[in-house]
Design a protein around this ligand. Structure first.
Ligand code: DC
Length: 229
């Protein structure tokens, strides 16, 4: 079973996806981390971020793996070509580089193929921007998680402060969120938008636990109805 959780930056997708996967006993895939890993490698290798052909080669040839603690199906980190980039992909530099990298159709093609391969290996909660529209258009449950710009920026500042990585300047984070949403929504390849059959959940002013519970109830209902067929 695939539960797709899409939505703009800072809407709480990662926390919700991880907690819902844990409750449901599913695995969890953070596709944004994969685009960030490609962006990190492109920067590291000095690839021009407007060189679509070179970006595509980086995406096709890189080896992305997730780091798991023993027995924990939820990844605690990510490696690319053997480098642990768990923290390095969360910097302000990568926040900026990931927009042109993820807009390149050749990069999206390579990542989409890999995400489909991974998703076919078990029950997954998969979070991203185009999971319900492009990667798994037949996902069993599609959620589009959103919140106001201001709430998302506040959450991202708190998250960066907790992690000790990325900007904790509210105005800078808000501007980056607005810039990335604009880039993600207006790009030609797989733009950020809700699937026609997605349930739209606005998390503004809502307890995250309620959203997780809501998604788990929906997922169990879908599972039960599939089992009944
Ligand atoms: O979820 P995130 O903020 O870590 O994602 C980083 C960037 O990757 C985001 O700005 C857009 C891109 N992305 C994408 O284009 N498609 C996805 N499925 C996931 C992320």
């Amino acid at each position: 079973m695939i539960v797709a959780i899409d939505g703009p930056a800072g809407a709480g997708k990662s926390s919700v996806a991880r907690a819902a996967a844990k409750q449901l006993g599913f695995k969890c895939l953070d596709t944004g981390a994969m685009y960030r890993a490609v962006a990190w490698l492109a920067v590291e290798e000095g690839v021009a971020l407007d060189d679509e052909g070179a970006l595509g080669r980086v995406a096709q040839e890189c080896r992305i793996s997730f780091i798991h603690d023993e027995g924990d199906p939820i990844a605690r980190g990510i490696t690319v070509n053997g480098h642990d980039v768990t923290e390095a992909i969360r910097t302000t530099e990568i926040d900026k580089a990931v927009s042109p990298v993820s807009a390149a159709p050749s990069v999206r093609e390579a990542m989409t193929e890999e995400q489909r391969r991974i998703g076919r290996t078990g029950d997954y909660v998969i979070e991203g921007r185009d999971i319900g529209t492009v990667v798994f258009p037949d996902a069993d449950l599609k959620i589009f998680l959103t919140a106001t710009n201001e709430e998302r920026a506040h959450r991202r500042v708190r998250q960066n402060a907790d992690r000790g990585i990325g900007s904790i300047d509210y105005a800078e984070v808000l501007a980056d969120i607005i810039r990335r949403d604009e880039a993600d929504s207006t790009r030609a390849a797989a733009p950020l938008k809700p699937a026609d059959d997605a349930r739209i959940i606005d998390s503004t002013g809502t307890y995250i636990e309620d959203i997780i519970e809501n998604i788990c109830v929906l997922a169990r209902m879908v599972q039960a109805s599939d089992g009944a067929c």
